[in-house]
Design a protein around this ligand. Structure first.
Ligand code: GDP
Ligand code: MG
Length: 456
C-alpha cells in the first residue's frame, strides 16, 4: 500500500543490553531471508506472525552477530504491514552494520516517525493516538504517562468524533430540508438549530479548556509571585526553589528582573517566576521589570499574591486586588512571625477563595500552600479518560471549529439564510477531522511525524 520497505534501528544509538532493528513493508520478510539465518534452517518468510527464531544476522553469508528475529504479519503489526525485527547485542557498530546489510538487501532508511506514520496511514491509529505515542515516550511522571496513555487509547479521538457526529447530523437535517422542500420534511426551525449549535459550542469550549490542563500536565503550572516591594516575594521564591536564587534585601526595588525556576511542590510542578515589586518607579530598569511582571501576570496559570501581615493594605495592594479579579490566585499573608493585622486578614479572606498565612523567612505555611495548589490544579473534575487536548495543533483545530460554530450562531441571529450556516458547519466539521486526522493534509501529517525519532 505504501510502497517501499523501510528499516531503522529502533533503540537508542548508544551501547546497551540489546538493540532492535526494525524492517517494515511488503518486502520485509524477503529481506529478512537475506540477512537472517535461523538456526533451525526455517526461512523467515515461512514463519508465522507473532513468532520468533534464534539465529544469526548475516552479510554476504558471514555472521555479523547472533540474535533473535521476530516476525509480524500484516495487518497484525505496529505499522499494519509485514514487519521483521532483529534483536541483536546492543552495540552501536554491530547494530549499524546489520542495518547496512538490510539496506543493501533492498530496504530504504526510515524517516523520523515513519513507522508510526505508516500505522496512521494504514488506519491502525488516529492522528491524536499517534501523537500520544510521542507523549508516552516523553512522559516524565506517573501523571503524564496516565494522560498520554488515555490519549493513546483514543479518549480525545472519541470526544472529538462525538462532536463531529453531532455536526454531521445537523448538516443532514439541513441538507434534507434544502434538497426536498416539496416533501414532507419538517422545516428546520432557526430557534431549535440555534439551541443545538449553542450546545455544540459549549462542548467545544469545554474541550478547548482541557488544553490548559494538558499543558499543565506537560509543562507544570506557571505561577507568578507578585506584590508590592518588600513583602517577601524573593524570600518566598527562594524558599520554594530551595536555593538562594533571588536576591533578598530590605531595600525596596531590589528585584528588577524576572527570575524563573522549575519547582516541585508535593504533587505539583511549578514554573515559578519571581518579579519586581509592583509600584510606580522613576528607575528605568525597575520600570521594565514592573512591566514584565504585569505581562507575566497576564499569562500565568496561578498568581501568588503576597501581602505583609503586619501592615495595612496600601493603595498598590488595593489596585492589585482589582487586577486579580479573573485570575486563579492564592493570597499569601507573609511575615506572620512578626504580627498579624486582623483587618487585613478579614479583608483578604473576603477577596480571595484561598488565603494562606506564612512566614517565608522561617519556612512556615508551606504544607498549606502545597495542599492548596494540588487541590486547585491536580484534583477534581479533570480525569484522563474524558479526553484532554495535548498540544497546540489539536487546540488550534478545536479553536477554529468553535469559531465557525460561533459565526453560524451569529448568522442565525442575523437572519441569514441557512445555506450560509451549512457552509460554516462544514468548515467546523472539517477542522475537527483535521484534529483527528480523518481528513488531514499531507503537510500536517509530515509536520506531526517529523517530531518523532527515527525508528519509531
Ligand atoms: P521582595 O521585595 O518582596 O522580594 O522582598 P524580599 O524577599 O527581598 O524581602 C524583604 C525583606 O523582608 C527582607 O529583609 C526579608 O528578610 C524580609 N522578610 C521576608 N519574608 C519575611 C518573613 O516571613 N518574616 C520576616 N520577619 N521578614 C521577612
Ligand atoms: Mg524581590
Amino acid at each position: 500500500m505504501t510502497g517501499s520497505t523501510i528499516a531503522a534501528i529502533s533503540t537508542p544509538h548508544a551501547e546497551g543490553g540489546i538493540a532492535v532493528i526494525r524492517i517494515s513493508g511488503d518486502k520485509a520478510l524477503e529481506i529478512a531471508d537475506k540477512v537472517f539465518h535461523t538456526v533451525s534452517g526455517k526461512m523467515p518468510s515461512e514463519m508465522n506472525g507473532y513468532t520468533c527464531a534464534y539465529g544469526y544476522a548475516v552479510k554476504d553469508e558471514n555472521a555479523i552477530d547472533e540474535g533473535v528475529l521476530t516476525v509480524f504479519r500484516a495487518p497484525k503489526s505496529y505499522t499494519g504491514e509485514d514487519v521483521a525485527e532483529i534483536s541483536c547485542h546492543g552495540g552501536i557498530y554491530v547494530s549499524r552494520k546489520i542495518l547496512r546489510a538490510i539496506i543493501e538487501s533492498g530496504a530504504e532508511p526510515a524517516q523520523a516517525g515513519e513507522f508510526t506514520k505508516r500505522a496512521f496511514q494504514n488506519g491502525k491509529l488516529s492522528l491524536t493516538e499517534a501523537e500520544a505515542v510521542m507523549d508516552v515516550i516523553s512522559a516524565a511522571s506517573e501523571r503524564e504517562l496516565r494522560f498520554a496513555r488515555s490519549l493513546q487509547e483514543g479518549a480525545v479521538y472519541r470526544r472529538i468524533k462525538n462532536i463531529i457526529d453531532k455536526i454531521v447530523e445537523i448538516l443532514g437535517s439541513l441538507a434534507a430540508w434544502a434538497d426536498y422542500p416539496e416533501d414532507d420534511i419538517p422545516e428546520v426551525e432557526p430557534e431549535i438549530l440555534k439551541v443545538n449549535l449553542c450546545a455544540l459550542q459549549n462542548e467545544l469550549l469545554k474541550t478547548i479548556k482541557t488544553g490548559d490542563y494538558g499543558r499543565i500536565i506537560k509543562e507544570g503550572v506557571s505561577a507568578v509571585i507578585i506584590g508590592r516591594p518588600n513583602v517577601g516575594k524573593s524570600t518566598l521564591f527562594n524558599l520554594l526553589s530551595g536555593c538562594d536564587r533571588s536576591i533578598v534585601t530590605d531595600i525596596a526595588g531590589t528585584t528588577r528582573d524576572v527570575v524563573e525556576e522549575r519547582v516541585r511542590l508535593g504533587d505539583a510542578v511549578l514554573r515559578l517566576w519571581d518579579t519586581a515589586g509592583l509600584r510606580e518607579t522613576e528607575d528605568i530598569i525597575e520600570q521594565i521589570g514592573v512591566n514584565i511582571a504585569k505581562e507575566r501576570l497576564e499569562r500565568a496559570d496561578l498568581v501568588l499574591a503576597v501581602f505583609d501581615a503586619s501592615e495595612q493594605l496600601s493603595d498598590t495592594d488595593i489596585k492589585l486586588l482589582s487586577d486579580l479579579k479573573d485570575k486563579r490566585t492564592i493570597a499569601i499573608i507573609n511575615k506572620l512571625d512578626k504580627s498579624l493585622d486582623n483587618d487585613l486578614k478579614e479583608r483578604l479572606e473576603g477577596e480571595f477563595e484561598r488565603c494562606i498565612g506564612m512566614s517565608a523567612k522561617e519556612g512556615t505555611g508551606l504544607d498549606e500552600l502545597r495542599e492548596a495548589i494540588e487541590e486547585m490544579f491536580y484534583k477534581g473534575e479533570v480525569t484522563p479518560e474524558m479526553g484532554i487536548l495535548s498540544n497546540e495543533r489539536q487546540l488550534s483545530c478545536a479553536r477554529a471549529a468553535e469559531n465557525s460554530i460561533n459565526e453560524a450562531i451569529d448568522a442565525i441571529d442575523a437572519g441569514i439564510n441557512l445555506d450560509a450556516v451549512t457552509v460554516l458547519l462544514d468548515e467546523a466539521a472539517e477542522e475537527l477531522m483535521n484534529l483527528t486526522g480523518e481528513r488531514v493534509s499531507e503537510k500536517v501529517v509530515e509536520d506531526v511525524f517529523s517530531r518523532f525519532c527515527v525508528g519509531k
